[in-house]
Design a protein around this ligand. Sequence first.
Ligand SMILES: NC(=O)c1ccc[n+]([C@@H]2O[C@H](COP(=O)([O-])OP(=O)(O)OC[C@H]3O[C@@H](n4cnc5c(N)ncnc54)[C@H](OP(=O)(O)O)[C@@H]3O)[C@@H](O)[C@H]2O)c1
Length: 240
Amino acid sequence: VNLKDMVVVITGASSGIGAEAARELAGAGAKLVLTARRGDRLQALADELPVQVAILAADIADPATPERLLALAIERFGRADAVVNNAGMLAIGAIEAIDFDEMTQVIRVNYEAVVRSSYVFARAFKAQGGGAIINVSSIGAYTNGPMIGVYSGTKHAVEGFTDALRIELAGTGVKVGSIAPGSTETEMLDTIRSKFGEGAAPSTPMLGPLDVAQAIRFMLEQSDRSNIARLLIYSAHETH
Ligand SMILES: NC(=O)c1ccc[n+]([C@@H]2O[C@H](COP(=O)([O-])OP(=O)(O)OC[C@H]3O[C@@H](n4cnc5c(N)ncnc54)[C@H](OP(=O)(O)O)[C@@H]3O)[C@@H](O)[C@H]2O)c1
């Protein structure tokens, strides 16, 4: 599929993988609807891109945000063709240090918001007979480790939910898939560094956000026959 003039909604577009996906898809000629809380970052990115961009500064955990994104896409571009549910947050800590409010927020952003957004766009895409939903999960959906259980749990959940939605929508023209990146050098890793020190983040070369962005583009460019249901992308140095 040629992405030129396709209308793609990207959540978590103010930094990291989401911002790089915006650049990559803009390079392919897509029109973009970008959202995150930091509106100044979104505006700077929009100013940089050579395509039409609509931005919405909003909290993705606000239940109204997905509907607002769809409405903005329709208002500005007349339709939406794809959504990349990428916004996410990381929280880590030993059981003694768990902050329950933070954990609830991780569940709301990483899972509840992905579910809500997927359903809102799935309804619109099904009604128009086509569209694509890509949910960004993590290797945390495939490997488990201490102190990161809630984050991993949300990503396991995203994978299961996404595949169930793929099956429900098979044959409708609406494609659904997930991408699970390995460790990627973004601001998210700063959460680990600030809590546990510089040495706590992976020391081997990590993926860059561009690697993941190119994989997202590849998923969206598949022909109408093909749906990449799950894509697992590691750094070439990653061992787990
Ligand atoms: N980095 C990795 O190693 C790695 C590995 C596997 C999977 N992932 C996944 O990749 C996705 C992108 O993460 P990243 O690595 O690119 O990290 P990042 O640079 O920290 O980006 C996270 C994005 O999510 C947005 N976001 C967070 N909470 C939000 C909220 N409540 N409302 C709206 N937007 C919110 C942030 O924007 P604002 O702060 O401006 O709202 C930001 O744009 C996440 O789903 C993450 O779990 C990352």
